[in-house]
Design a protein around this ligand. Structure first.
Ligand code: MN
Length: 200
């Protein structure tokens, strides 16, 4: 279940988008992941997602690799996404995360501009990320449901830029969705993820 009711992120994320996104899209990734694992990679049953995704899914048998990459990525990415949004969200990061952002990007405004830019420029479907790469923070975009875990980075914050995340309310205006998304970002959870990633 999502950590909030489907209408809780309004007006930034509308109720119907939340219902379809959480129940149908994320639900579909989870179901299809389970099917692919049980049919073609039962040895991965119960393994942590990070481990399944590591090194471009090196542990996954080739006949299951595309299905597992897409659906384990989708499951991992959305599992982060719901938690880093909140009806009480918005504002600016604090604590050690704020200091790290200032050191790396100059300011929170600069970080936000970089993440929005990476998301707006993603051609087709994908994500825009703030990650911990083992030594510092970085911003990049991934295509489709590719996860930062595939290259051993830890997602600290990620914005879904698939059309299914915004099209009902924002239609073709992806930059408007990206701007509005920051009104629901759950900074305490993002700060917690940063601290956990940094301490390994
Ligand atoms: Mn999505």
């Amino acid at each position: 279940p999502a950590p909030f009711p489907p209408d809780a992120l309004g007006p930034n994320i509308d109720k119907m988008t939340m219902e379809i996104h959480h129940n149908k899209h994320h639900g579909g990734y989870a179901n299809n992941l389970n099917k692919a694992i049980s049919a073609n990679a039962p040895q991965l049953d119960g393994k942590p997602l990070e481990q399944v995704l590591a090194s471009n899914c090196a542990a996954v048998p080739e006949k299951a690799r595309t299905a597992v990459r897409n659906n384990a990525g989708g499951h991992a990415n959305h599992s982060v996404f719901w938690k880093i949004m909140s009806p009480d969200g918005g504002g600016e990061p604090g604590g050690e995360l704020r200091e790290a952002i200032n050191d790396t990007f100059g300011s929170f405004a600069e970080l936000k501009a970089e993440i929005n830019d990476a998301g707006a420029k993603r051609f087709g479907s994908g994500w825009s990320w703030l990650v911990w790469d083992g030594t510092g923070l970085a911003v990049y975009s991934t295509a489709n449901q590719d996860s930062p875990h595939m290259q051993s980075d830890v997602p600290v914050l990620g914005i879904d830029v698939w059309e299914h995340a915004y099209y009902l309310k924002y239609q073709n205006k992806r930059p408007a969705y990206l701007e509005a998304w920051w009104n629901v970002v759950n900074w305490p959870e993002v700060e917690r993820r940063f601290a956990a990633a940094k301490s390994g």
